[in-house]
Design a protein around this ligand. Structure first.
Ligand SMILES: [Zn+2]
Length: 253
């Protein structure tokens, strides 16, 4: 059903949440916009001016790695200041109540972890931009360390002691999807009884596959997004309202 107003959305959502024992939220950029993190892919978004460097270009030249880091530090003000929003806090409340075994996200902003969900229970399909990894030995580097080296070297990206390149822990365009995260996400989608798609346009692969997967295995499907998605027709509840407004009543105090 389509919720015409917030009150209808809230009462139906509350019923579905009360009836469910394994809720799997799937979140996209829309849950973080109220936290000051723009939807980078949207028209006029940061990525139209500061496009991320594709993976093969990053690997191919030192100049591109320098540029990738320069662009990452331009966005640091947004990421460093961001705090979990009402949507994050509501989902963390459901997690603490034992209703949510784990959460799947397309976001790279670390806000679900900051909201109190154990990192192991946040399945990140596109990685995480708040720290960096060596692409060879997988050693973890913190961003302030990278930034200091970058600045000290005259805006040159530092390499790992092993000689490997250091890159944010995100999945870049052209980089393969993390297999373990994909597998876990699929398993979660297949074994939940309520799938909540929140703030995702559900067009980017693999996001588009999960709602159908959950629905096919008998889960109820709820879609909360500002704009319509192509899965609205198969959803049990569709809400086109502000995510924070819709989820705020589920924050446990
Ligand atoms: Zn290394």
């Amino acid at each position: 059903m389509f919720a015409a107003d917030l009150q209808t959305a809230f009462s139906h959502l509350r019923g579905l949440i009360e009836d469910a024992s394994a809720i799997v939220p799937f979140t996209g950029a829309g849950i973080s916009t109220e936290c000051g993190i723009p939807d980078f892919r949207s028209p006029g978004g940061l990525w139209t001016k500061n496009q991320p460097i594709p993976f093969d270009a990053f690997m191919a030249s030192a100049a591109m790695r320098d540029e990738a880091w320069r662009r990452r530090f331009v966005m640091e003000d947004n990421f460093a200041k961001a705090r979990p929003g009402r949507g994050h806090r509501a989902l963390a409340s459901l997690y603490r109540a034992g209703k949510v075994p784990a959460l799947i996200t397309q976001n790279i902003d670390n806000l679900h972890q900051v909201s109190g969900i154990t990192p192991e229970d946040v399945v990140e399909l596109h990685g995480n931009t708040t720290y960096a990894l060596c692409l060879e030995c997988n050693h973890r580097y913190e961003l302030p360390w990278v930034r200091e080296r970058f600045a000290a070297a005259g805006e040159r990206a530092p390499d790992c002691d092993c000689g490997g390149y250091i890159k944010t822990a995100t999945v870049s365009f052209g980089q393969s999807m993390p297999a373990a995260a994909m597998q876990r996400a699929e398993q979660l989608a297949r074994n939940c009884d309520l799938f909540l798609a929140i703030g995702s346009s559900l067009v980017v692969w693999p996001a588009a596959g999960f709602p159908v997967m959950a629905k096919r295995e008998g889960a109820a499907l709820v879609i909360i997004n500002r704009e319509p998605t192509e899965f609205d027709d198969i959803a049990d509840l569709v809400v086109h309202h502000d995510i924070g407004d819709v989820l705020a009543p589920f924050i446990a105090h």
